[in-house]
Design a protein around this ligand. Structure first.
Ligand SMILES: *Cc1c(COP(=O)(O)O)cnc(C)c1O
Ligand SMILES: [Zn+2]
Length: 421
């Protein structure tokens, strides 16, 4: 076949089993391209697939990264031949000591601090980079509350691409350092995340070689979060959990974990069974939790004010779809104060040896609250998604994490200090 200028883009692209872009609202389909809004109704576009035959065995024989699921992602078949960060296949730990503290029978922690830049954002960025390359982009960009900035700057560095990262100027110093170190252009913007996001949308329209991972290539990017759902199911021994608690910023991750579970059922990789999805937010930025509590289908945007900056999106794009997933499965969306977030971080650290950032504190503290409220069943199995590393938000706990004592270098002084504990 000869390709002519007006051949639809999707016939010339290798994006694996991805077949088209499909509108979440009206179902209208358009060819695979760097589009994110439906040309008919402006609804968000999602990837539609023709999945090939995959088996537990074919997945298990794949690499120990998200690329073991590459047949279920919008990436080229040869995705591994191009330098990328190879995130994923992080550990799922049985959290017996935390379970005992929370009064539940069986609890698991999915520890996504183990990714290359220490948050789940490496998953979505790796997929966005692979798709963006196939779509003809050459610069990797994002507006970010921090973790995405790290992941984009690192992935671009590894791929030899330029990057342009936009952050609110008030961001934690640690997240600025851990982005700037990878090189690339880092712009601190006066304003909050929602201002930065608006600016990114404007810039994406002006620079056609710039792939803003979470704006103009968002349908591809978002699919990366499915791998969290896939991995939880595979690591539980090819079955779905009863309940899962997911932190909510834009809400993309939560909806894609749900989508991932559903695809595994459809592909016959796990047995169908009921599961409940719970969302977790910080009270200082809880527009989805508010809508859930008030029984609304729409999200009233808020001005964020919380230490959980990685979740501080006041106008969450996927908020309504979070409500759909949570209500359909019989879950809930809870929220916790900044003090409870700090307590959640400390509780997880002292019971399981996992040091999470504030988003992890939100997840643990919200789980605690939902257990106490009787919304999470203590007798059913629960998975907590711990999506980012505490080393990036040291300020949150530094006041509580001090030496037990400062002593002279004598055993007598140590004895006295131990007695005085
Ligand atoms: C971005 C982020 C989230 C939430 O992601 P959304 O898909 O936007 O809801 C959760 N945890 C951490 C650590 C993040 O950086
Ligand atoms: Zn539409």
């Amino acid at each position: 076949m000869t390709l002519t200028a007006d051949t639809p883009a999707s016939t010339t692209l290798d994006l694996g089993s991805a077949r088209a872009l499909s509108c979440r609202e009206c179902g209208h389909q358009t060819p695979l391209a760097a589009e994110f809004a439906c040309p008919q109704c402006f609804g968000p576009l999602e990837i539609a697939y023709d999945f090939p035959q995959v088996t537990r065995e074919s997945i298990e024989s794949g690499p120990k990264s998200i690329w073991r699921y590459k047949d279920l992602l919008p990436v080229p078949a040869d995705v591994q031949s191009f330098p990328n960060t190879e995130p994923g296949f992080t550990r799922l730990i049985q959290a017996d000591r935390l379970a005992a503290e929370l009064g539940v029978r069986k609890l698991w922690v999915k520890d996504d601090t183990g990714n290359p830049t220490h948050s789940f954002k490496d998953r979505v960025v790796a997929v966005a980079l692979a798709a963006a390359r196939e779509l003809g982009f050459s610069v990797l960009c994002c507006p970010s509350t921090g973790n995405l900035a790290n992941a984009v700057a690192a992935a671009a560095a590894r791929a030899g691409w330029d990057s342009v990262v936009l952050i609110p100027s008030s961001l934690e110093q640690a997240k600025i350092t851990t982005t700037a170190v990878y090189g690339g252009t880092l712009l601190a913007v006066d304003g909050n995340y929602d201002d930065v996001n608006r600016l990114a949308t404007e810039l994406a329209a002006e620079h056609e070689e710039w792939a803003f991972v979470n704006v103009n290539v968002r349908p591809y990017y978002a699919e990366g979060s499915k791998t969290l759902g896939y991995e939880v199911a595979e690591q539980l021994g090819w079955r779905l959990p009863d309940q899962i608690v997911v932190p909510v910023a834009s809400g993309s991750q939560l909806t894609k974990v749900d989508k991932g579970f559903g695809e595994f059922v459809k592909l016959g990789l796990v047995d169908e069974k009921p599961y409940k999805i719970f969302g977790a937010q910080a009270t200082g930025c809880s527009p989805v939790a508010s809508a859930f509590e008030e029984g609304h289908d729409f999200i009233q945007p808020v001005r964020p004010d919380t230490i959980a900056r990685s979740l501080a999106i006041g106008n969450p794009a996927d908020g309504p779809y979070v409500l759909d997933s949570v209500r359909r499965t019989g879950g809930a969306v809870g929220h916790v104060t900044d003090e409870e977030v700090v307590e959640g971080i400390r509780l997880l650290a002292r019971t399981e040896g996992v040091f999470a950032e504030t988003a992890g504190g939100v997840t643990v503290a919200t789980a605690k609250k939902l257990i106490e409220a009787g919304k999470i069943d203590p007798d059913a199995e629960t998975v907590l998604l711990i999506t980012g590393d505490g080393l990036k938000t040291l300020d949150a706990v530094s006041a509580h994490a001090r030496p037990t004592a400062t002593v002279p270098s004598t055993s007598k002084a140590v004895r006295e200090a131990l007695e005085g504990r």
